[in-house]
Design a protein around this ligand. Structure first.
Ligand code: ZN
Length: 183
């Protein structure tokens, strides 16, 4: 089922997600609905806050984004991205590379707004999957950026918080309008 996406201005986007304990049928359904919602909106990631649930649950899918490559490493070996997408991550924790780079980002909760955001080039991610398995992997490229964006959401942090002041100032009136509509 495609769920309505919460827009900027709704306080749930500022809520830190609760840890997901037992994987109930409700959590499984929510994850399936989030994937459907993300795909319908042509996004590469979606956090539970964006469908109105403050939970540590995010979905990511960077398969087929050819102009912005990613790489995924499990136990140090590079693996095929397509075989691991979409990712459904519970309680993800990131360790970030020191090296950073700017890159264009949008957010499904901020329609028609994009900005250059400086993020770590690579991440190490520890998370639980829907089947209860604990996994650890490394990612670079668009996948690393998407994971940082989604894990921020799970902690109530939004990409506008990471924009430089000039970018934020140039978007101020659009953000104000969005926030008013979202409230
Ligand atoms: Zn977002």
């Amino acid at each position: 089922m495609i769920l309505p996406i919460v827009k900027f201005g709704d306080p749930v986007l500022r809520a830190k997600g609760a840890m997901v304990g037992e994987v109930t049928p409700e959590i499984q359904q929510l994850a399936a609905d989030m994937i459907e919602t993300m795909r319908a909106a042509h996004g590469v990631g979606l956090a539970a806050q964006q469908i109105g649930q403050a939970l540590q649950l995010a979905v990511v899918d960077v398969a087929g984004v050819e102009d912005r490559p990613s790489a995924l490493y499990i136990d140090g070996d590079q693996v095929e991205i397509e075989e691991h997408m979409p990712m459904i991550l519970l309680n993800p924790e990131l360790r970030l590379s020191k090296e950073k780079e700017p890159g264009k980002e949008g957010c499904l909760s901020f329609p028609e707004i994009t900005a250059e955001i400086v993020r770590s080039i690579g991440v190490h991610c520890k998370a639980r999957l829907l089947d209860g398995r604990e996994v650890e992997f490394e990612a670079i490229g668009l996948l690393a950026r998407a994971l940082q964006h989604e894990v921020d959401h799970l902690n109530g942090v939004l990409f506008i918080d990471r924009m430089n002041s000039a970018a934020k100032a140039s978007l101020a009136s659009r953000l104000k309008r969005l926030q008013r509509d979202g409230e």
